[in-house]
Design a protein around this ligand. Structure first.
Ligand SMILES: N[C@@H](CCC(=O)N[C@@H](CS)C(=O)NCC(=O)O)C(=O)O
Length: 309
């Protein structure tokens, strides 16, 4: 069993990206199910209030954003094709686009009465209403441009056409999958399988590729209670830093697009590809939060006396 713990929820496309990668990588992992919206007390303790999902934990190292989670899976499974930084520019640009513009278009296109009914079945009427309010508030504070449902539909159609022409081989960039496939799959999974929109019919190559992606499954999963997961962090030490001599400084780190809630801590590594923030909380002790370098903003913050909770 790998020591990887994933904090996620069933209907989340970015969680499905990582679950499918774990299936492909053949890793066994532990699953902590979290709520569809904050408050998420377990993640406030572990990840200092980073609000996006999923988050992964390996001992006292915590991976925020699917790009750092994928790098960790690539390392654990010996599969460099899952590490975005090891891919050609063409793949990196593709992933950047599908992880933001295409994802948002798919979510807007998939939203509607059917999705709401599914959410109510999966949660409750009260939680579904709280979810809607949460996402409206998140949209208002976002730095990405909102698009209309009509434009979202056009973007999804254009994306499907592009994939159909890319798929001359079994996977998007060759005979074997890479991080691009795992990035493109979940938004379409959300549209076609979660929201049941019959968009794939005119695209046989995309349908066959979706079947290949689905067949990776989710790997071997064991459920874990959040208290046990936090205890595992508490009993572990973060792994050694890439540059042990760096002088940490107090900062806040936040995504630049949406869900921009800042996390404060001591920045102990700022490399070309990733940022590592030391974060302390009485329930987890000291953990190291790993963020990708791009798409995150770092701001100096005054030191505080009490950073324990
Ligand atoms: N860039 C992030 C995007 C993650 C993301 O947007 N996740 C969605 C769920 S699929 C989210 O966090 N929505 C708000 C929430 O669940 O609170 C990543 O790659 O992890």
């Amino acid at each position: 069993m790998s020591d990887l713990i994933l904090y996620h929820y069933a209907l989340s496309p970015f969680s499905e990206k990582i679950r499918t990668m774990l299936g492909y990588a053949g890793l066994s992992w532990q699953s902590v199910t979290v709520k569809e919206m904050p408050p998420r007390p377990e993640l406030e303790a572990l990840a200092g209030g980073y609000r996006k999902i999923p988050v992964a934990q390996n001992g006292a190292d915590v991976f925020c954003d699917t790009r750092t989670i994928a790098t960790e899976i690539a390392r654990l499974a010996g599969k460099p094709e899952l590490d975005l930084s090891q891919q050609p520019k063409e793949v990196q640009q593709f992933v950047e686009e599908v992880d933001l513009e295409v994802f948002l278009a798919c979510v807007i296109f998939a939203s509607g009465g059917g999705m709401l009914a599914k959410l109510i079945r999966n949660t409750s009427l009260w939680d579904a209403l709280r979810f809607l309010k949460d996402r409206i508030d998140m949209g208002r504070k976002a730095k990405v441009k909102a698009i209309t449902p009509a434009l979202a539909k056009q973007r999804v159609q254009a994306h499907l056409k592009r994939l159909e022409s890319l798929l001359v081989r079994d996977f998007l960039f060759g005979d074997t999958p890479c991080v691009a496939d795992f990035s493109a799959y979940p938004s379409l999974w959300f549209v076609a399988e979660v929201a049941n929109k019959p968009v794939l019919t005119p695209f046989p190559a995309v349908q066959a590729w979706m079947n290949r992606m689905r067949s990776f499954g989710h790997g071997k999963v064991t459920a874990l209670q959040s208290d046990e997961a936090l205890e595992l962090a508490y009993c572990s030490e973060p792994r050694p830093l890439p540059d042990a001599d760096a002088i940490p400084r107090r900062v806040s780190v936040a995504p630049t697009d949406y869900g921009r809630d800042p996390v404060t801590g001591s920045l102990c590594h700022a490399g070309e590809k990733c940022l590592i923030l030391a974060h302390d909380h009485r329930r987890v002790g000291r953990v190291h939060l790993h963020f990708p370098r791009s798409g995150f903003q770092v701001q100096p913050t005054p030191p505080t006396q009490n950073s324990g909770d």
